[in-house]
Design a protein. Structure first.
Length: 202
């Protein structure tokens, strides 16, 4: 890690201990893109100990988030994600949506709000710890019109081995090329068979 980053991380961590600074920074980071100077003052996700869990409300929904995880860190601090804004503009009531790699539940839970009452969101999250978090966020919001599955999607039905590549970014888990301590097994099935089973329109 470059010396400049190490120095900045030191001051980010120290300043974060000041309650007023923490409150104001959390407030003013909302809606800013990641390169905005305000976001540069935030402690990086990897500076938080693993399982730094916080509860918050975002988009009218209640969430439990781990600030040591990159995607949850982004979501907690309200970092602007332009691609999600574009996605939401395309979603209509009654649509059926597949969220492949649903992570902790965003944007799936918000999508379920867009497609109701006749629509449905199908979520796939193979990483066990992340799936548990997804399940908890769905349950705490009592969301209807959403189904979650702890499986991976691939070309054939099988059991595959995946690897947690980065402990601070569960979204980077991928099919393992060698056995390591961070490997886990998951069920894989073809998307076509899932679509046929649930009678989804193409």
């Amino acid at each position: 890690m470059p010396l400049k980053t190490r120095i900045l991380n030191f001051f980010r961590k120290v300043l974060w201990q000041i309650p007023l600074w923490q409150k104001q920074l959390s407030l003013h980071s909302k809606g800013k893109v990641i390169d905005h100077w305000v976001c540069k003052l935030l402690p990086n996700h990897y500076q938080f100990p693993r399982n730094t869990n916080v509860e918050c409300e975002r988009f009218g929904l209640h969430w439990r988030l781990d600030l040591s995880q990159l995607l949850e860190w982004h979501f907690y601090f309200g970092i602007r994600e332009v691609e999600f804004e574009l996605l939401f503009k395309e979603i209509r009531p009654g649509q059926k949506v597949l969220d492949i790699g649903a992570n902790f539940g965003f944007p799936a839970l918000s999508l379920a709000q867009f497609v109701k009452p006749q629509g449905h969101v199908y979520c796939f999250e193979p990483f066990p710890a992340t799936f548990e978090k997804l399940q908890q966020n769905v349950e705490r919001n009592r969301i209807e019109g959403i189904s979650i599955f702890p499986i991976a999607l691939g070309d054939i039905s099988s059991t595959i081995t995946m690897n947690e590549v980065n402990e601070n970014n569960a979204g980077q888990a991928k099919v393992a090329t060698s056995q390591t301590a961070n490997c886990f097994q998951v069920i894989q099935r073809p998307l076509d068979s899932f679509v046929e089973e649930h009678q989804l329109d193409r």
